[in-house]
Write a protein that binds this ligand. Structure first.
Ligand code: GUN
Length: 301
């Protein structure tokens, strides 16, 4: 008997509808019709929310990501400000730029595009972002809040994955989730989000001894390796939910994920396409984090 092919976790479609809601929330805020700005502790500032993006060097992939973020801001009514530094920039120069943005009342969110050149101390730069403007959710306070199940700004990619799963009626409560990749910006916060959702977590990384053994156990598999071929889609358990976070290029220069998409479609129950799965959700969560940082409430859905 032929199994049905897996259903798509369509990040492009969900992003489009969430961006409409974000635009609506901003419009209502500008008209004074939202409730968030009526809170007594927050003076209403009837101007569009502002996002500052710091880009260093001329890495083409980072330039594309930053451009996509800027376009998404324009689409939804968020003002975006870009600061571009040469590859030779120092930690002190970036820290100074962040401090200025921390004190700029027209800026609600600050994002430093990663990776930074090796001479820059990444953590020192991320740590000096005002905790309420840290729309990437990467500084220690926001990650700590996620660890403690407290309210804070949550990293965009894992938040986007959870939104995509929940939108499609997938709760991971009680499921065995395997996350492959343990980076500070994706794998670790992804594992914390899944834990928060009630999943039992295994995190695999470069020292994991028998990756195949772990992947075979996964009811939900999340890959964030950044290299095709490390995780073999033939290892998938039939009916697994598969979230491929990677954005790799194949031999023909086409975008692809960590996993062989053909095999995934045959074995999984649900999967994220690459492109069109997690990528758009990451940008949409950045917009959401920015309006939250500005104190703008989303309309009830
Ligand atoms: N580089 C790759 N992904 C990201 C991200 O989500 N945020 C930032 N700031 N840099 C990145």
């Amino acid at each position: 008997m032929n199994r049905a092919v897996a259903q798509v976790l369509d990040g492009r479609a969900l992003s489009a509808s969430m961006r409409d809601d974000i635009k609506l929330a901003i419009d209502r805020h500008l008209q004074g019709a939202d409730q968030a700005s009526a809170l007594p502790e927050r003076l209403p500032r009837r101007s569009a929310p502002g996002l500052a993006v710091i880009l260093v060097g001329d890495d083409p992939a980072s330039a594309v990501y930053v451009r996509n973020k800027r376009l998404a801001c324009e689409q939804t009514g968020i003002r975006s400000k870009s600061l571009h530094f040469p590859t030779s920039v120092t930690t002190a120069e970036l820290v100074q730029a962040v401090h200025q943005l921390n004190h700029d009342d027209s800026i609600d969110g600050i994002l430093v595009q990663l990776p930074l050149p090796s001479q820059v101390c990444e953590q020192a730069v991320l740590e000096c972002i005002d905790v309420g403007k840290d729309v990437d959710g990467f500084n220690a306070m926001n990650i700590g809040r996620l660890v403690l199940r407290d309210r804070g700004i949550r990293p965009c990619t894992p938040r986007g994955v959870m939104a995509l799963l929940h939108h499609h009626g997938i709760s991971t409560r009680g499921m065995h989730a395997v996350v492959v990749g343990a980076s500070n910006i994706v794998g670790r916060p992804m594992a914390l989000e899944l834990l928060l959702d009630g999943a039992t977590i295994t995190v695999c990384h470069r020292f994991t001894r028998d990756l195949e053994h772990h992947v075979r156990q996964a009811e939900i598999l999340v890959t964030a390796v950044g290299k095709t071929g490390i995780v073999d889609a033939n290892w998938l358990r039939a009916g697994a939910v598969v979230v491929d976070i990677a954005m790799n290029r194949d031999a023909d220069g086409q975008l692809c994920g960590d996993l062989d998409a053909e095999i995934v479609r045959r074995k999984a129950s649900w999967y994220t396409p690459v492109p069109g799965g997690v990528g758009p959700m990451t940008v949409t969560m950045l917009l959401l984090n920015t309006i939250q940082a500005a104190g703008i409430a989303m309309p009830a859905t």
